[in-house]
Design a protein around this ligand. Structure first.
Ligand code: C2E
Ligand code: CA
Ligand code: CA
Length: 323
C-alpha cells in the first residue's frame, strides 16, 4: 500500500488502518470479537490512521475472576439466573406507592447476587444487552399483571433502556409483544433512557419515541444532569418524566447543589414533566425535595430494591405512607 495509485496520471496515496482482536482472549463469540476489533480499528484511526492497533482489555472486575462472562451470561439467561428486583417509588401527592423501577441482578450459582454495574457494561459490548433488556421487559410485564391481579390496578413500573435497544430497531415490537402477552395497557410501563443514549441524534429516534408514546408508554430522562446534558434534548424528545440523579440528591445540604436541584425541578415542572428524585436516603432530603415540589421519591429511605415477593408485601403493607 506504500506505492501510489495512478488514476488519470495523477498520483493517489491510500493508507491502511488495522484493528486486531484475538480469539479467544478478546471474545469467544463472533459478535464480541468483531466489536473489539472495531474498537481497536477506531483507536488506530484516532491516532491518525496508517497504523495497526491491538485491542486492549478494559479490565472488568469479573473478567479477572474465574468467570467467563460471555459464556456464563448466555447460560445465565437460559438457566434463569437473572432476576428482576423492584425498587418502590413513592408519590408525594397521593402518599401511595406510585410504582417501581425494575433493576436486574444476577444470581450466580457460586458467587451469589451480582450487581448490574459489574456485568451490564460487558453485555453492552455485544447483542447480549438487548437480550437481557427483552428479558427484563417480559419479567416486568408479568409482574405488573400479577400486581393488578393482587388488587393494585394503578401500578407503574419503569425499565432501563440502553442505546443499543433504541438503535437496533426491535424495541417497539418487543414492547408491543410484552404488553400483549400479559394483556396489560401501556400506561403501566415507563422507559428510563439516559441522555448519552440519545447523543446519536437522528429523526428516527424521535419517531421511535413518538411511536412508543402512542402505545401509552411513558418516557423518562434518567440520570438527568450527570452526562452530556444538552437542554435542547428536553424540547426535542417527548419526555414525560425527569429523573434527578442520586449524585445531586446526596449533596442536599450543600448550597450550590440545592440550587441546581431547585432549578431542575422548576424547569421540569414548567415543561409539564413529572419529577422523580432517586437515591433519597435521609429525612432531610425528603423534606427538601417535598418543599421544592418534587412529585416522586425513590431511595433507601423508603426501601432498597426488593424481589418480587417482597415487593408485593411492600405494596400490601404501605397502602398509605407518612411523607
Ligand atoms: P440507575 O438507573 O441509576 O438505578 C439506580 C441505582 O441506584 C440502583 O442500583 C439502585 O439500587 C441504587 N439506589 C437506589 N436507591 C438508592 C439510595 O438511596 N442510595 C444509594 N446509594 N443507591 C440507591 P443498581 O440496582 O445496582 O443498578 C445500577 C445501574 O445498573 C442502574 O443505575 C442502571 O443504570 C443499570 N441497570 C439496572 N438494571 C438494569 C436493566 O434491567 N437494564 C439496563 N439497561 N440497565 C440496568
Ligand atoms: Ca434508572
Ligand atoms: Ca442514576
Amino acid at each position: 500500500m506504500n506505492k501510489p495509485f495512478y488514476i488519470n496520471l495523477q498520483e493517489h496515496f491510500i493508507t491502511v488502518s488495522i484493528g486486531v482482536a484475538l480469539y479467544p482472549e478478546h471474545g469467544r463469540q463472533i459478535d464480541s470479537l468483531n466489536i473489539h476489533a472495531e474498537q481497536a480499528l477506531a483507536e488506530a484511526k484516532q491516532l491518525g490512521g496508517n497504523t495497526i492497533r491491538l485491542y486492549s482489555h478494559k479490565a472488568s472486575p469479573l473478567l479477572n475472576s474465574s468467570i467467563n462472562l460471555d459464556r456464563d451470561l448466555r447460560q445465565a439467561i437460559k438457566n434463569k439466573e437473572l432476576i428482576v428486583y423492584y425498587q418502590p417509588k413513592i408519590s408525594l401527592t397521593s402518599k401511595k406507592v406510585y410504582g417501581f423501577e425494575a433493576l436486574i441482578r444476577w444470581n450466580h450459582p457460586v458467587r451469589g447476587l451480582i450487581a448490574p454495574d459489574t456485568f451490564l457494561p460487558f453485555a453492552e459490548e455485544s447483542s447480549l444487552i438487548s437480550e437481557i433488556g427483552y428479558f427484563v421487559l417480559l419479567e416486568t410485564c408479568k409482574q405488573i399483571k400479577s400486581w393488578i391481579n393482587h388488587g393494585f390496578p394503578d401500578i407503574s413500573v419503569s425499565v432501563n433502556i440502553v442505546a443499543q435497544q433504541i438503535h437496533r430497531g426491535r424495541l417497539l415490537t418487543d414492547l408491543k409483544e410484552a404488553l400483549e402477552l400479559y394483556n396489560i395497557d401501556g400506561h403501566h410501563l415507563e422507559l428510563e433512557i439516559t441522555e448519552s443514549s440519545l447523543i446519536d441524534h437522528s429523526k428516527n429516534v424521535e419517531k421511535l419515541l413518538e411511536q412508543i408514546k402512542k402505545e401509552n408508554i411513558s418516557i423518562s430522562l434518567d440520570d438527568f444532569g450527570t452526562g452530556y446534558s444538552s437542554l435542547a434534548y428536553l424540547t426535542r424528545y417527548p419526555f414525560d418524566t425527569l429523573k434527578i440523579d442520586r449524585a445531586f440528591v446526596n449533596k442536599i445540604g450543600d448550597h450550590k447543589d440545592e440550587a441546581i436541584i431547585t432549578a431542575m425541578i422548576a424547569m421540569g415542572k414548567a415543561m409539564g414533566m413529572n419529577i422523580v428524585a432517586e437515591g433519597v436516603e435521609t429525612i432531610e432530603q425528603v423534606n427538601f425535595l417535598k418543599h421544592q415540589g418534587c412529585d416522586i421519591l425513590q431511595g433507601f429511605y423508603f426501601s432498597k430494591p426488593l424481589n418480587a415477593l417482597e415487593s408485593t408485601e411492600f405494596l400490601k403493607q404501605h397502602k398509605l405512607i407518612a411523607v
